[in-house]
Design a protein around this ligand. Structure first.
Ligand SMILES: [Ca+2]
Ligand SMILES: [Ca+2]
Ligand SMILES: [Ca+2]
Length: 272
């Protein structure tokens, strides 16, 4: 590439990043499973970014301390109804996932937590990605924001333990998780969990987990966030942050996240 053309390319790329535009549509996926599960490990085609693949995405439900895959047996055991839906924005850069859980029984449910497992692999090597958290945690069921998160290597991940950032910038086969305190569902009540996988810095809620490839750090940054509520998108609630501004925010917000995480653990909800 000639120097002046390279210069134009760089300027264009930086400009695109600053205004939050990705040049080409890159989130593609075949149908999810009935419970929102997917990824190439489960036979689904699911790409994100310039060279990213979702290996496994899975929802879990903790019922009164008992952590299980979200599946029909679990729903039947607690008389829960369930619906999953997804929506890709027209520009192909933001994928919204919605999980709705309804108490179909005649009594209140036990305390519920919803957890996610997201194993994305960026680039050609799955074991050299890095991730960080930006923003802050919610406190409990009283707010729609995530109440815990985990960033860990796939081999050290403990679903439901929500131990914060276990990598601190170390390259690994990154898995991301968000946890939501759903509280107790009254008979007939429905709670919705929205997740957003974005390749252009889009986020919902107060916390974002960001994953990059150390090989191609200039390329895709996966932004993973979530919030309770009715199905999104509600365009006004989606924040698109320029990547050039978002990445330094890791450092700016990191201390706040750690403090909130420590506070959260101090409240007895975490596991050290
Ligand atoms: Ca990689
Ligand atoms: Ca919350
Ligand atoms: Ca991974």
């Amino acid at each position: 590439m000639e120097r002046h053309r390279l210069g134009f390319w760089l300027v264009g790329t930086i400009f695109a990043a600053l205004i939050g535009v990705t040049p080409s549509r890159a989130v593609t996926f075949s149908p999810f499973g009935d419970f929102g599960e997917g990824g190439s490990g489960l036979g689904q085609t699911f790409t994100i970014g310039s060279a990213g693949e979702v290996y496994w995405i899975q929802a879990f439900l903790d019922v009164d301390g008992d952590m299980q895959f979200l599946n029909q047996d679990l729903l039947d055991a607690y008389t829960l109804g369930f619906a999953f839906s997804n929506l890709l924005t027209p520009d192909g850069t933001n994928l919204f996932l919605h999980y709705a859980i309804t108490n179909m029984g005649s009594a209140a449910t036990p305390p519920l937590w919803f957890y996610t497992w997201l194993d994305v692999d960026l680039g050609t090597d799955s074991e050299n990605d890095i991730a960080s958290a930006a923003g802050y945690l919610g406190m409990d069921v009283s707010d729609p924001d995530p109440d815990g998160y985990e960033i860990a290597d796939v081999y050290e991940f403990e679903i439901g333990k929500i131990r914060g950032d276990r990598l601190s910038g170390t390259a690994a086969d990154v898995v991301l998780s968000l946890g939501f305190d759903l509280g107790v569902l009254a008979p007939g009540a429905t709670v919705g969990v929205n997740l957003l996988l974005s390749e252009n810095g889009g986020l919902i809620g107060s916390l974002a987990l960001l994953q990059q490839d150390t090989e191609t750090a200039h390329e895709t940054v996966l932004t993973y966030s979530g919030r309770l509520g009715a199905p999104i998108p509600e365009p006004a609630t989606v924040t698109t942050v320029a990547l050039g501004l978002l990445l330094p925010a890791f450092r700016r917000w990191g201390k706040a996240v750690r403090n909130r995480t420590l506070l959260w653990k101090a409240r007895g909800k975490g596991v050290a």
